[in-house]
Every structure is written in C-alpha cells, then in structure tokens.
Design a protein around this ligand. Structure first.
Ligand code: SIN
Length: 299
C-alpha cells in the first residue's frame, strides 16, 4: 500500500509501497498526483527503472518532451535524457552541466513543463556525504506569502519568457561552447507570455510563475518598473523559508512539479566525482484539462 511521509519541510515527501516498474493503478495515480500538488517534490526510494520503464511511468503524466538534436539520450529512446559527467573515451556520456542554474522547465514555450522525473544511478559522495544535490524553492508557498496588495497588483499581469536569456547566460557565465542562437532557432522559439500569478491545476492555489532562468520582463510596464517588480518577486521566492534541498541516494526516483517550484542542480562536485541521472521531462499537455484532473483525482 502506497504510503506518504512528508519531510516536514517546505517541499518534499517520500513515497513507498509502490513498484514503479508496473503500470500505476488509478488509485495510486490519484495519490501521486495529489501528493505532487501538496508536497511538490516526491522521492520514491529504491526504484531502479530501466529506460523503457522510466519512459512508461513518466508518460502517465503527459507527453514527454523530446529535445531536438539532443545527442545525450538513451540509445533508441530520445525521451530519456542522460545527465552525467561519467566519461567514455574521454567524453561525458551525457549532458554534464544540465540544470546547474535556477529555473523551472519550459516556461519559454506555450506548452509548459509539468513534471521532471529523475532516476539516480550514480551519486557523488565526498567524505561520505552526497554532493550534486538538487535545490528547490516553492513558488506555491511563496505566492501564499505575498501581501494582499501585491496579489492585487500582480493579478492580470503577464510576463515574457525567452529561452535566449538562458542560452546567453550559459555562454557568458558557464563557459558553454554553444554558438549564439541562429535566426532559425529564434524563429522556432519566439518569446512567450504567461500570467505572473497562475492557478495551479491540481491545488487551485496561486503560484508565482516567473523564474530566474527564462523570465525577461513583466509585460506592459516601463522597463525600470518591470525590472524592479521582477527582482522583488525573485527575491521573495528565494527566501530561505521557501527553500528545500534533496540529497540524492542511488536508486531514488524523484519527480517534481515544475509549475509550483524552481530547481537547480548544485555544481559542487568535480570531474572525478561521478553523477549519473536519467531524466524524462513531462509537458503540461494533460494537467490543465479540468476533466483529466477531476477524473484522475476521483479514483
Ligand atoms: C534538471 O534541471 O532537470 C536537472 C536537475 C538535476 O540534475 O539535479
């Protein structure tokens, strides 16, 4: 029987008593969906799903994003990306620095990201303690912590999200060798606009839907006012009271809600300290359909 142990912190719960290699029963699916809305980051210890199993589990929650031109995926399974600094013939077998700055997935596209599912195969340890942990901050709790006059100010506002901002950050600050985005790439991924306060599709509560990775401005405001308001929101969400750190244990399967949190992989381990994760990124193509949520939660 599926059990839920909340961490007692601002995010996080451990779920046991389910074998994720098997198809989820409607009842377990409902429990997991509810827990995602409530706790944001769910840990399933001791789950060693191979790539087809990871894909099948993730696909239960929505369409899995396939990154165009991504060489770092499981052979024959482009839905499962490898994040790793493990090398073969001197080259990393996966993307070694993915997610190493604060963001939440896919806000730069019309189709938002819903959940990430990461399976931990190798976790670096230093003096017996894990490094390469993943940090989170809770944008649902942060929205609940806004003063009423700020909620009134933000209601009805939208923000611009643009992948080029992140792209250039990686080139400028992280030594990424990627070339600037070409006009074709820009045309394929134009900036998009999302509400600053968004209703979470599972809980119905507000989330602050801007993030440091992709949000460039609050729409319709003079540049200075927009920059100031965006900074106020980012600083608010970054307060220690909304933060949570997941220290990985090999065999963990972690899934988190991208609509109600931001995350960052800590780049605090060296090239000889091996980390190997397998990831599916699930889109919010189903979760904003009230009929889907209602039916799923009724089980
Ligand atoms: C991600 O941003 O999806 C990667 C997070 C991690 O590797 O901890």
């Amino acid at each position: 029987m599926l059990s839920i142990e909340p961490t007692g912190q601002i995010l996080g719960a451990t779920l046991r008593g389910v074998d994720l290699k098997q198809a989820l029963t409607p009842r377990d699916f409902a429990t997991i969906l509810r827990a995602l809305g409530e706790y944001g980051v769910l840990r399933f210890p001791g789950q060693w799903l191979d790539a087809p199993e990871l894909k099948a589990f993730s696909a239960r929650f929505g369409e899995i994003q396939v990154l165009r031109g991504n060489p770092n995926h499981e052979p024959g399974i482009p839905e499962v990306t490898i994040l790793s600094n493990v090398t073969k013939d001197g080259k990393p077998i996966g993307s070694p620095d993915a997610g190493q700055s604060w963001h939440t997935d896919m806000t730069y596209s019309q189709a938002k990201g819903f959940v990430n599912v990461l399976s931990a195969w190798k976790v670096p340890l230093r003096e017996g303690r894990p490094v390469g942990s993943t940090e989170f901050t809770n944008t649902q709790a942060a929205a609940a912590g806004l003063p009423p006059e700020m909620v009134a100010r933000l209601t009805g506002l939208t923000a611009t999200h643009d992948i080029e901002m992140f792209w250039e950050y990686m080139r400028r600050e992280k030594g990424s060798k990627r070339p600037p985005m070409s006009p074709e790439m820009r045309a394929q991924r134009p900036p998009v606009h999302h509400p600053v306060l968004m209703k979470h599709p599972i809980t119905g509560r507000n989330v602050i839907y801007v993030n440091p990775g992709f949000t460039t401005e609050i729409d319709g405001l003079p540049a200075e006012e927009s920059a100031e308001l965006l900074k106020t929101l980012l600083d608010h969400v970054f307060q220690p009271k909304y933060r949570y750190v997941h220290d990985w244990v090999e065999g963990d399967l972690l899934m988190w809600d991208n609509l109600g949190s931001w995350h960052m992989a800590r780049p605090d381990y060296g090239p000889e300290e091996y980390r190997l994760m397998k990831r599916c990124q699930v889109m919010a193509d189903k979760i904003f359909d009230p009929a889907f949520v209602q039916q799923a939660l009724a089980a």
